[in-house]
Design a protein around this ligand. Structure first.
Ligand code: 3EB
Length: 333
């Protein structure tokens, strides 16, 4: 089987069987799909209709189901799932805020599904939460999310550093906690960025529990090598650099991505090497008014590679842009 990722519109011919997709837009006026679908409730900037949907395909037979609120679809070796959790269903307790409990419950459900399906290896996670930089119950909501996510990894006896998925955690205006994930039956190879402190080692000034993600990961769906670069921002060491300067943040972020591409190339099994121009990129832009600046700054740096811009909040109030990227190479024996 092969896994493929493609932007698509209604006219795009299907290169295989859909595993699932994400639909970008504030009012995605689309019918429910037969496959798992994550609504990314955020405006597409400099709109390109072909990029409103990003779909994962496989050419093998698929199976699907619903489990504890997760809609999932799988091939022999990879599984895509989507789950949304309304924090209003979780009361605040002495242990934490509703969002913390919703995050923990959500991840515990995902881990139960993955064990039951024999695809325990979480490769890539897309996390979207409302009002990510707001505080309640004495803690920023992104930090509440981190507490719940971390506790679910602990409860499931999973590592909380090292062998952890590539991810993004992005803020939207409203809606439930929404998580999409790709998992598989083979372990990932986690990659860290020598210019940055590992996120799972962030000091306590960024919250009581560090975020649980790798800077990037290589994963191996049958006969392929996938590179997932996590949401990457203008952070050096553990500190934000260039606050208030969106163009400089773009340059610093691409320097970080280039380092991760180098790290991937040190251990890659596929050829040719990964390159900035060979990845597909999605930039989350905090202020819609920065869209042109981001586009003009990134275009030459990314060597003409596909770039989609989405208006969304980043997990630190001083970050104006965050970029994630991916590529899938065939493995030839
Ligand atoms: C950072 O480098 C930016 O919490 O899953 C990027 C990617 C970020 C993933 C997550 C957070 C996450 O810390 C924020």
């Amino acid at each position: 089987m092969t896994l493929q990722h493609a932007p698509c519109n209604a006219d795009t011919p299907h290169p295989g069987e859909p595993l699932g997709d994400a639909v970008i837009g504030l009012t995605p006026d689309l019918p429910d799909a037969a496959w798992p679908r994550q609504p990314l409730r955020a405006p597409l900037l400099l709109a390109n209709a072909a990029h409103r949907r990003e779909r994962w395909f496989t050419d093998g037979p698929v199976q699907q189901g619903h489990s504890e609120g997760i809609h999932w679809r799988r091939s022999a070796d990879a599984l895509y799932g989507v789950i949304e959790q309304h924090e209003a269903d979780f009361p605040a307790t002495a242990q934490g805020a509703p969002l913390q409990h919703a995050s923990q419950a959500l991840y515990e459900r995902v881990f139960r599904l993955l064990q039951a399906q024999g695809t325990p290896h979480l490769w890539r996670v897309w996390n979207y939460l409302a009002r990510i930089n707001d505080a309640s119950h004495g803690l920023e909501r992104y930090r509440q999310f981190n507490l719940g996510r971390h506790e679910a990894f602990v409860q499931a006896r999973r590592e909380t550093g090292g062998q952890v998925p590539a991810a993004c955690a992005i803020g939207v205006a409203h809606g439930p906690l929404s998580v999409a994930f790709l998992a598989g039956n083979s372990p990932l190879v986690p990659l860290e960025n020598p210019r940055q402190v590992s996120a799972w080692h962030y000091p306590a000034q960024y919250g009581p529990r560090a975020p649980t993600f790798s800077r990037a990961a290589l994963a191996y769906p049958c006969d392929q090598e996938a590179l997932f670069i996590s949401g990457t921002a203008s952070i050096v060491g553990h500190e934000t650099v260039h606050p208030g300067d969106v163009a400089a943040q773009c340059h610093e972020t691409v320097r970080n991505i280039a380092c991760l591409v180098d790290e991937a190339n040190r251990v890659r099994r596929s050829a040719p090497p990964f390159s900035l121009g060979g990845l597909s990129h999605r930039a989350y832009v905090r202020h819609a008014a920065d869209a042109q600046t981001v586009q003009h700054t990134l275009a030459p740096l990314l060597q003409g590679a596909p770039l989609v811009l989405v208006q969304a909040d980043i997990c630190r109030a001083d970050l104006l842009v965050e970029i994630e990227c991916q590529a899938i190479h065939p493995l030839t024996a």
